[in-house]
Design a protein around this ligand. Sequence first.
Ligand code: CA
Length: 224
Amino acid sequence: MKQNNNSNMKFAVVLTLVVVGIVVAVVMFSDKQNSSPMDIKQIDVTGQPSIGEKDAPVTVVEFGDFKCPSCKAWGEMIYPKLVDDYIETGKVKFSYVNVLFHGEESTLGSIAAESVYERNPDAYWEFHQALFDAQPVENHDAQWITPERILEIASGFPEIDQTLLKEDMEQQATMESVKIDEDLVRDAGVSMTPTIVINGKVMEDPFNYEAIKTEIEQKMQDEN
Ligand code: CA
């Protein structure tokens, strides 16, 4: 009887330890899940369209998609402030990486943008802007990124050779660059667009400009 009680007690202790172990493991695992996407390593922006001082102390990377309405909104609401406060003052270098969350249209838009970047780097940012401007305000899920529409947008840029752009789209000539972007998206664990990364730190809310400013100032201090 005593023997039995002892084993029951032992069993209870072991059971408690197992349960505590599981709880600790779950907490650690979910912590890791929560923290890892928020703080990743510096994004390698080699070969990416970039604007601002080459050696600026802080690098801001936008992971965006021409099909994404929030990216268009971010470009209208937050990006101009970033340009005025930090890019033009030489404090921030800004790079854009394509995300293909909307499938074929995202891919086509990215291929075209990469083609313009390769052939006419000086026209890239304006073309980028023109693509976002062409995104319909309503019913943006309907197909609008087509080769015809892209050529129409490109016709506003005398320096862009439309025949070459058409060929690049048909032959998916810049697919290699698009694949590099896909790898960056995967490595950074990007799950929404736009995702804004400041010196490796993923911003929780890309539309919180105060938080973006605080993060940039902090990173500038870290650099000093
Ligand atoms: Ca790219």
